[in-house]
Each structure stands twice: as C-alpha cells, then as structure tokens.
Ligand binder design. Structure first.
Ligand SMILES: NC(=O)c1ccc[n+]([C@@H]2O[C@H](COP(=O)([O-])OP(=O)(O)OC[C@H]3O[C@@H](n4cnc5c(N)ncnc54)[C@H](O)[C@@H]3O)[C@@H](O)[C@H]2O)c1
Length: 450
C-alpha cells in the first residue's frame, strides 16, 4: 500500500523557472508546474543558430543549453549527443538511425523549421523519441506575400519596374486594375487560405474558396461546391493545398481553360500542384494575364545555384514571359516567421520534457492530460511502449494500489504512449514503480514528472 507521501524536491533552477516565466509553460493559478523527477538537470543541444529567444526560453525553464551556430555531421553528433537529453536543429543537421542509436539519453528532437525530412522519424519513434516541428508559424507571411502579388500582378508592377531599371519610361493604364471589387478564389482554406481571406476582404475583394472539407467561412467569404465553379468565377486563383497524390497537377490544361480570360494564377503552395507547361501555354496565348510562382517541382538545393532547364526543362521559357513573378520559395521566409518557429518549437519541447504532452509530434501518438492540481502529491507517469497486446493490463496492475486520477493512451504504428496521473505517491515508491514498469517487455521509455 502507499506509504505517507513526502515532498518531491524540485531543482533550484526549476524553482526559479516557475516564477520567472509565467507566460511560457506555467499553468494557470492553482495548477502544478511539473518537472522530470529522474533528470532535473536536462541538457539541450541547439544547433544551426537557433534563435536566442528559444535559448532564453529554455534557460528560464532551468535547462542547461549549449548553443552552436553551425550544423554538425553524423560523426560529430554520434560523439557529442550521448550526453544530451534534447536537441534542436534546422534543416542541415541529419539525425540518422546511427545518431539515434548512439544518443542513449535523448528524449526529444525539435526541428526549428517546417520540414522533418532530415530526421529518421521511424528510428526516433522506435527509440521513444518524439519529433516536433512548426508547420504553421509562417502562415501569415505567406498570406501577406499573396496580397503583394495580387496588386503587383494586376498593376504589372514588375514589368514597369524592370523597364524603368533599363531606362525606359512606359506609363500606362491599359490592362492595369485595382483589386477592389475583384473576386479572389482560394483553393485550400487552411491556415494560409483563411488568413488570406481576411486580408483580401480588407482590400475590398470578394472572396470565394474551395476545400475538400466543409469549413466555416471567415467574414463574408463563401465556400463553393467545386474547383470548377471557383475557376469559372475568380479573377485571381491562389493555391493553398498540400502536395498529395490528388493535388499533383491539380491545375492543368482543362483547369486553365475553365479560368476567365484575363485571370491570374498564384501558386505559393507546392510546385507539383501546377502543370507548368500548361501554364506556359495559357500565358503565351494570353488567356491568363499573369502568374506568380514561388514553388517549383524541382528546386535548387542552395542559394546561388542556377535556376535553369537542367532542373526543370521549361525554366528558361518561363523566365521570359511577361507579367510573371518568379520567387525562390520565399513565401514563409520572414524574420517574424523565424521567431514564431523558435517560440512554437521551444514550447513543444518544454511541454514534452516537463508535462509529457506529445500534441503536435510528427512521428508519435498525440497524447496529453489535463493539468495537475497544485495541492497533493500527484505524479505523472509517461510510458512509451511497443504497440502490442496486454501492455495496459500489466501497467495498470502496477498502478492498481494507487488512485489513478486520469490516464490516456494512444498508438501510432508500432509505438504506443500512455500518460497517467496518480495520487499520493512518495519518492521511494516512484523508484519501485519505475523498476516495475520499465521491466515490462514492451517498455521503451518510462519517465516520471512531479
Ligand atoms: N511558399 C512557402 O514558402 C510556403 C510556406 C508555408 C506553407 N506552404 C505550403 O502551403 C500549402 C498550404 O499550407 P497551410 O499551412 O495552409 O496548410 P493547411 O493544412 O492548413 O491547409 C490546407 C488546406 O487544403 C485543403 N485541401 C487538401 N486537399 C485538397 C484538395 N484536393 N482540394 C481542395 N482543398 C484541399 C485542406 O482541407 C486544408 O484545409 C502547403 O502546401 C504548404 O506546404 C508554402
């Protein structure tokens, strides 16, 4: 039976963190700050010049942070990572299966960027390591770029600017329009599409959208029943869908034929969503009055690399067409987006390390529990295990002498994750619990937060 509870010590640095960062992860008054029982002095390795805001946020939580401006090679990581509990990277550092295997203390990986291709996600999941990223921090940046492109296209801004840079004065109004009163057709009304809808209405545009889901429109926007209806009605068509088998070449010859004569196409989503040779035909025939393209089926790997026919066989033709804005995948590239990425991923890492929450993890079941009340000696068990029959029965047998206040479990592929809050547990009992749960055959990682 449980012995009388004793207070669980919290490291001095964490005690400071609790008072010093009310806005970061501290729960509401009356709810408890949790921290890992077994490794209070968590060590974080941040590579690739991750923002100083993120460094400060981790330090204020009491974590030991080592910050490097450069990426590290696989061999360097294998050398250094075994002494760290968490790592933050951008896109240049590769976390391979070898690195995961060597990183015996690693609990969590944060990708301070949009993509997670640089991490061997299954290897990380099998080692009990959730991976977090920040897929939506740059939505506003993309929406603002689209607003700029709408005006630039309808005023032929790039043509006039180019001519004047060549020393040619060419003032004209023919074929130049206000966007006010025009119809914007948004394909994909998710994070970016919805933001854009609000901005476009503020410009006096009429907004229609098409999405595979039924979505509550913002403002006076209106959802239409098919892509064809949108294409036939919009003066500007802007694409904000993910790349999926069904969205590849979603806008091709038949779709261009449905668009109004003199309409414009904007693509800031993914390069393969538009059939570019068909776009070139629609522009050459003057059926479309212009286009802005920020993403391409194949993109150069580094800055300064050529953007030519060796990558995309039509690139040199596209570059010559009038009123076509070509940009190097900069839709989400702003300082604000970088800062927001830093904040979001730091928060996700801290919430996992201190509270066990995997909400937003890309390779892991998403599990979270309500906050723990401040009063009482509750502990939180976070048990990552192989997704196989009988595990919950075994673990619940171990927990059965206690009052399990709440628990939640979910699985994704081979991995399952259980969180449980149990009442009135002493430090000595935590050691026993850890021993019992960790020795079950399906155990991958068991942590205790208090
Ligand atoms: N250019 C850039 O720098 C940049 C930056 C950020 C995001 N993106 C890209 O922009 C796109 C949209 O991003 P988001 O954050 O708004 O995504 P999101 O997931 O929030 O929204 C996508 C929307 O598209 C809808 N959708 C999916 N398939 C569809 C289909 N076949 N037809 C119509 N609608 C469909 C979904 O239901 C969802 O509402 C993604 O491709 C993303 O990779 C580009």
């Amino acid at each position: 039976m449980p012995s009388s509870p004793i207070p669980i010590p919290v490291s001095a640095s964490h005690a400071v963190a609790a008072s010093a960062s009310p806005s970061y992860t501290s729960p509401k008054p009356g709810l408890k700050n949790l921290h890992p029982v077994e490794n209070v002095d968590l060590r974080l390795l941040l590579l690739e010049n991750i923002s100083q805001e993120a460094v400060a946020a981790f330090r204020v939580q009491g974590f030991h942070v080592d910050h490097h401006t450069k990426a590290m090679s696989e061999d360097e990581l294998i050398q250094i990572l075994p002494s760290y509990h968490a790592i933050g990277i951008r896109s240049k550092t590769k976390i391979t299966a070898r690195v995961v295997k060597a990183a015996t203390k690693l609990i969590v990986i944060g990708c301070f960027c949009i993509g997670t291709n640089q991490v061997d996600l299954p290897a990380a999941a099998q080692a009990g390591i959730p991976v977090f990223n920040s897929p939506f921090s740059n939505s506003r940046s993309v929406a603002e770029l689209v607003m700029g492109e709408l005006v630039a296209l309808s005023r032929q801004l790039f043509e006039r600017s180019y001519e004047l840079r060549q020393g040619v004065w060419n003032k004209q109004s023919k074929g130049c329009w206000e966007v006010r009163g025009k119809t914007l057709g948004i394909v994909g009304y998710g994070h970016i599409g919805a933001q854009l809808s609000v901005l476009a209405e503020a410009f006096g545009m009429r907004v229609i959208f098409y999405d595979v889901l039924n979505i509550m429109p913002l403002g006076s926007a209106r959802q239409v029943e098919s892509l064809d209806v949108l294409l036939a009605d919009a003066d500007f068509v802007t694409l904000h869908v993910p790349e999926l088998p069904e969205t590849i070449d979603m806008i091709s010859k038949p779709q261009f034929a449905l668009m109004k004569k003199g309409a414009y196409l904007i693509n800031n989503s993914r390069g393969k969503v538009v059939d570019i040779p068909a776009l070139i035909d629609a522009l050459k025939s003057k059926h479309l009055a212009g286009a802005a393209i920020d993403v391409f089926p194949v993109e150069p790997g580094s800055n300064g690399a050529p953007f030519g026919d060796q990558l995309n066989p039509w690139a040199s033709i596209l570059r010559t067409l009038p009123n076509v804005i070509l940009t190097p995948h900069i839709g989400g590239s702003t300082e604000e987006a970088q800062r927001a990425i830093g904040e979001e991923v730091s928060l996700a890492l801290t919430r996992y390390l201190d509270y066990g929450s995997t909400v937003g993890a890309v390779n892991f079941p998403e599990v979270d529990l309500r906050a723990v009340p401040e009063q009482g000696n509750n502990i939180r068990v976070c048990h990552v295990h192989k997704n196989q029959p009988g595990v919950l029965k075994l673990v619940n047998e171990v927990l059965s002498p206690y009052n399990v206040e709440k628990q939640f479990s979910d699985s994704k592929g081979d991995i399952a994750y259980l969180m449980a809050d149990i009442a009135d547990v002493s430090l000595q009992e935590i050691a026993q619990l850890r021993e019992h749960i960790s020795s079950t055959s399906a155990n991958i990682l068991t942590r205790f937060l208090a």
